[in-house]
Design a protein around this ligand. Structure first.
Ligand code: HEM
Length: 521
């Protein structure tokens, strides 16, 4: 994060670390009540930096942590500069700590990068306490299973728009997937209809989120968290380019929070008003004394929905498309199932869902194969704790390595293969592995998972019903090989890959598709 560019800066940074490290060690030693217990096992630590170099050396820290897990076990202690970090590599330990002891593990570590990049409006990063509870109550009310059902018509409507866009310009598939997911959540949250192509608000949201994803992880924030003094150096100072990026990020997030909110507020009593989450919430606080305070909460909840609900679902769909190209037999089997249940004269609807178990398994495998949030979102320990005889210090950052859970060979043989079959029992029924760990743990678990699963299912089943996904071809007509790569950060997605998308049948013309959509029930 902090780009050290010359030897003097390095010397200065290291001396400061040494002073702060020793001071923190002495304070901790004096106040520690479980000091006689050992930390969980972990890799050897260097003086001052601890394990920070190894953890930040790769753009896939989850893979590094999984390698550590193979040596040291399911619960690991490491140190990122002056920060204690506990890495959890199994579902069992994650449940034991983050769920069964959730009153101690529902806090978030404070990351300086979230603050300076303007991401603190996001409920995801709120510390555990009354303010978080107030936000979380509203989120729960608007995202719980029963309410989520009322979003389905809108989710299907946006999915049908996606089918039209894909038929028109299949080469822009990644843009269409992203635009659909942002458009859906903007409509549900703000009643705002995005333009079909290059909507300015969509562009701001994409840029703001993309920018923040890489820097809002404990690994990326480690230097600034250890040495907050660096926040005060001027932006022209060598290595302080992050300050200029942070300023731009704050401006974009401010637009993202304010503009759509003001749109809803100014339209909610007009003839064109569309019922949405923000207008519902604003109506409930109309006569409240501390109206301005409530308005801030609504703004924060609404923009969190957009951040939480767009990039994650789009990334899952990109994983799905990539998997369909790399694993054509899975695609064929899912389409055979859809054809047998839905036929070719209509589009799938939510009533078909329970009759399409293989498609359901494709959805689960899309969450498992390359989890969108490979290190979940870090929790933090409120107080000292002891687990299996090991000491977990108060304030430790607790990282669930979702990647390691998803690649557990004992549970998922050949984990790098996309195999929906792994979700079936021997007698051909869907098993009960819903990949809940991809959505986090305990009191902080994703409140949007029902909405997410409905939206992603609708897109997967509809795309499979209409389109065939294959490798793009070179000049000689040979399929172009794909070496899949993923982005890095708190939420990841496959980097651009070549792909050929065409209708499964020559009967699928614009006219036919519009007809199917107009007859949709
Ligand atoms: C594939 C889609 C999604 C995935 C994989 C996902 C994953 C996650 C994860 C891992 C967390 C952190 C949980 C933890 O701290 O243990 C989270 C939190 C959250 N998600 Fe999602 N999410 C998805 C979709 C959505 C959607 C569609 C929404 C909203 C409509 C949403 C809203 C939120 C919110 C508000 C939080 C913050 C919860 C808190 O800190 O209390 N997510 N999500």
């Amino acid at each position: 994060m902090f780009e050290v560019q010359n030897t003097r800066s390095v010397a200065l940074v290291l001396s400061l670390f040494a002073i702060f490290g020793i001071a923190k060690y002495l304070v901790r030693k004096a106040s520690n009540k479980n000091g006689h217990l050992r930390f969980p096992p972990g890799p050897p630590r260097l003086p001052i930096v601890g394990n920070a170099l190894e953890a930040t050396n790769s753009d896939k820290p989850w893979v590094t942590y999984k390698k550590w897990a193979d040596v040291y076990g399911d619960i690991i202690y490491c140190r990122m500069l002056n920060q204690d970090v506990i890495i959890i590599n199994s579902e069992k330990v994650a449940k034991d700590l983050l769920e069964k002891r959730s009153s101690n593990y529902s806090d978030r570590p404070f990351l300086n990068t979230t603050e300076i990049f303007g991401f603190m409006f996001n409920v995801l990063f709120l510390r555990y306490g009354d303010k978080w509870r107030q936000h979380r109550r509203l989120l729960h009310d608007k995202l719980r299973t029963a309410t989520a059902l009322s979003y389905r018509p809108s989710q299907m409507h946006k999915t049908h728009q996606l089918l039209i866009d894909m038929l028109e310009t299949p080469e822009n598939f990644a843009y269409h997937l992203q635009a659909m997911m942002i458009s859906t959540i903007m409509c549900l949250t703000y009643g705002y209809e995005t333009a079909r192509w290059r909507d300015p608000l969509v562009a701001t949201i994409e840029e703001a989120i993309g920018n923040a994803h890489e820097v809002t992880t404990p690994e990326a924030s480690a230097v600034l968290d250890a040495l907050p003094l660096l926040l005060h150096i001027p932006s022209w100072f060598p290595g302080a380019g992050f300050k200029r990026r942070a300023r731009r990020s704050r401006e974009m997030f401010s637009d993202m929070v304010e503009k759509p909110f003001q749109y809803t507020k100014s339209h909610m009593y007009s003839d064109k008003a569309v019922k949405c989450i923000v207008s519902d919430l604003l109506a409930t606080i109309k006569d409240e004394d501390n109206h301005d305070e409530f308005e801030k909460v609504i703004k924060s909840v609404a923009s969190t929905l957009v951040v939480g609900g767009s990039e994650t679902t789009m990334s899952t769909l990109l994983d799905f498309v990539l998997a369909m190209i790399l694993f054509p037999d899975v695609q064929k089997r899912a389409q055979t199932e859809i054809d047998s249940v839905v036929g070719s004269d209509r589009l799938p609807n939510f009533d078909d869902r329970s009759s399409l178990p293989y498609v359901e398994a494709v959805l689960r495998e899309s969450h498992r194969w390359h989890p969108v949030a490979p290190l979940g979102v870090a929790h933090a320990a409120v107080d000292d704790d002891i687990y299996e005889g090991y000491r977990i210090p108060k304030g430790a950052t607790v990282v669930p390595n979702v990647w390691a859970m998803s690649q557990n060979e004992a549970k998922y043989p050949n984990p790098s293969e996309f195999m929906p079959e792994r979700f079936f029992t021997a007698d051909g029924k869907l098993n009960d592995d819903m990949i809940h760990y991809a959505f986090g743990f305990g009191r902080r678990a994703c409140p949007g998972q029902h909405v997410a699963n409905a939206g992603v299912w609708a897109a997967i089943v509809s795309l499979l019903a209409i389109f065939k996904f294959t490798k793009a071809k070179d000049d000689q007509g040979k399929g172009i090989g794909i070496e899949p790569q993923w982005t890095t950060g708190i939420a990841i997605h496959p980097r651009a890959f070549p792909c050929h998308i065409e209708p499964r049948s020559p009967d699928i013309t614009f006219e036919k598709l519009h007809q199917m959509i107009s007859h949709f029930t």
